[in-house]
Design a protein around this ligand. Structure first.
Ligand code: SAM
Ligand code: SF4
Length: 324
C-alpha cells in the first residue's frame, strides 16, 4: 500500500531478538543488554499472523534480523512458514555469520532467498577489537558456506569505523574474487553509533578507486532498498553504499520494522508506531490488527532527520533492539 507521502511500502524488517553473540562496539554494550524474558518476545504464530495480515496490505518481502537472528532457534520454521504465505515472495536474513554455517542447510531447504553477512574486517585483531569476540574464522566459514549454494544471493555488509584503509580495500576484493556484493554502510547516529564519526561514501570510494580503478554507477536493483551500486573492471560482484547521512534516501523508503517484542514502527529514528503484541494478547480481531498495521504504514514519518530531530519522538533504543 501507499503511505501518506505516496511511497509504496512493501518490505518489512523483523527483529527476532535483541540478543547477540557478538558485541560490536557501535551497536552493543560490552555487558550485553537487559535480557528480555522469552514470553515477552513474539512467538512464531504471532509473527506469522502479523506477516499474513501485512501481506494483504502489500508487504511482499521480509528480512529477518536482530540482534543476531540465528541465536533464536526459530529461523528455519519461520522461513518455511513465511514462504508459504501467498503474498510473500522473498524472505532474506541479515546475520553476523557466526552460526550461519551450521544453520544454512535448514534455512536454504526452508526457502531462504538471500543472506547479508556483516563483516567489518578481515584482520583478526581488528575483528576482536570491533566485536569483542574471536569469531572471525566462524564468520568466514559462514561466507564460504553461503557461496556454496548457488540459489542464494550473498552480500557482505561493512560499517567503516576505525578499520585501517587496507582493511576496507581488502574487503572489496571479495567482490572481485567471489560472486557476491560488498556494501559499505555509513554509521548512523543511533544508540552507540552516536559515539562514532561516520566515514562517508566519498572517502571510501576514493580509497577503493586508488586500488581497483574507476567505479561506474549502475542502476541495477540488487536488493530491497537504499543501496546504490558500482561496477568495477574484473569484479564478479558489485560494490555498494548505504549512505543514510550523506545520500539520504527517505523519499524512496519502502519499509516498516517489527521489533522482537512486537512493536511496529515506520522509521528507524523514531518510536512512532503501534504495540501489536499488546493487541494480539488482548485478543484483538484480524480486522483490528490489519487496521493498526495499515495506520502505521500510512503514518510512516517522512524521513529521518538527525540534525533537527523533528518527525516524531526520537528512538531511545540501541540498534540491536530495532533491527539495524
Ligand atoms: N546481528 C546481525 C548483523 O550484524 O548483521 C543483524 C542485526 S545488525 C543490528 C544489522 C546491521 O546493522 C549490521 O550490518 C550492523 O553493522 C549495522 N549497524 C549496527 N549499528 C549501526 C549504526 N549505528 N549505523 C549503521 N549501521 C549499523
Ligand atoms: Fe550483534 Fe549485529 Fe549488533 Fe554486531 S551489529 S552487536 S553482530 S546485532
Amino acid at each position: 500500500m501507499l503511505d501518506r507521502y505516496g511511497r509504496t511500502i512493501d518490505y518489512m524488517r523483523i527483529s527476532l531478538t535483541d540478543r547477540c553473540n557478538l558485541r560490536c562496539i557501535y551497536c552493543m554494550p560490552e555487558e550485553g543488554i537487559h535480557h528480555i524474558p522469552r514470553t515477552e518476545l513474539l512467538g512464531l504464530d504471532e509473527i506469522l499472523r502479523i506477516c499474513s495480515l501485512a501481506s494483504e496490505l502489500g508487504i511482499s518481502r521480509i528480512k529477518l534480523t536482530g540482534g543476531e537472528p540465528l541465536v533464536r532457534r526459530i529461523c528455519v520454521p519461520l522461513v518455511r512458514e513465511l514462504k508459504r504465505l501467498p503474498g510473500i515472495r522473498q524472505v532474506t536474513l541479515t546475520t553476523n555469520g557466526v552460526l550461519l554455517k551450521e544453520q544454512l542447510p535448514g534455512l536454504v531447504e526452508a526457502g531462504l532467498d538471500a543472506v547479508n553477512i556483516s563483516l567489518d574486517t578481515l584482520d583478526k585483531e581488528t575483528f576482536q577489537k570491533l566485536t569483542r569476540r574471536e569469531e572471525l574464522d566462524q564468520v568466514l566459514m559462514g561466507v564460504e558456506a553461503a557461496l556454496s549454494y548457488h540459489s542464494l544471493k550473498v552480500k557482505l555488509n561493512c560499517v567503516p569505523t576505525f578499520q585501517c584503509e587496507e582493511d576496507l580495500v581488502k574487503l572489496a576484493a571479495f567482490a572481485r574474487e567471489k560472486p557476491l556484493h560488498v556494501r559499505y554502510i555509513e554509521m548512523m547516529p543511533i544508540g552507540l553509533g552516536k559515539e562514532f564519526t561516520a566515514k562517508n561514501e566519498e572517502t571510501v570510494k576514493e580509497l577503493l578507486e586508488k586500488t581497483y580503478g574507476p567505479m561506474r554507477p549502475t542502476q541495477e536493483t540488487l536488493g530491497n532498498g537504499p543501496c546504490h551500486y558500482y561496477t568495477l573492471e574484473n569484479f564478479q560482484g558489485r560494490i555498494g553504499f548505504i549512505s543514510a547521512l550523506s545520500h539520504k534516501f527517505c523519499d524512496q523508503c519502502n519499509r516498516i520494522r517489527l521489533t522482537s517484542t512486537g512493536y511496529l514502527k515506520g522509521c528507524l529514528q523514531f518510536e512512532n508506531g503501534a504495540d501489536l503484541k499488546a493487541k494480539i494478547r488482548k485478543g484483538c480481531s484480524d480486522e483490528e490488527l490489519r487496521e493498526t498495521i495499515k495506520k502505521v504504514i500510512y503514518e510512516k514519518p517522512a524521513g529521518h532527520n538527525f540534525q533537527e530531530k523533528k518527525n516524531g519522538k526520537e528512538e531511545s533504543h540501541i540498534m540491536a533492539q530495532i533491527g539495524g
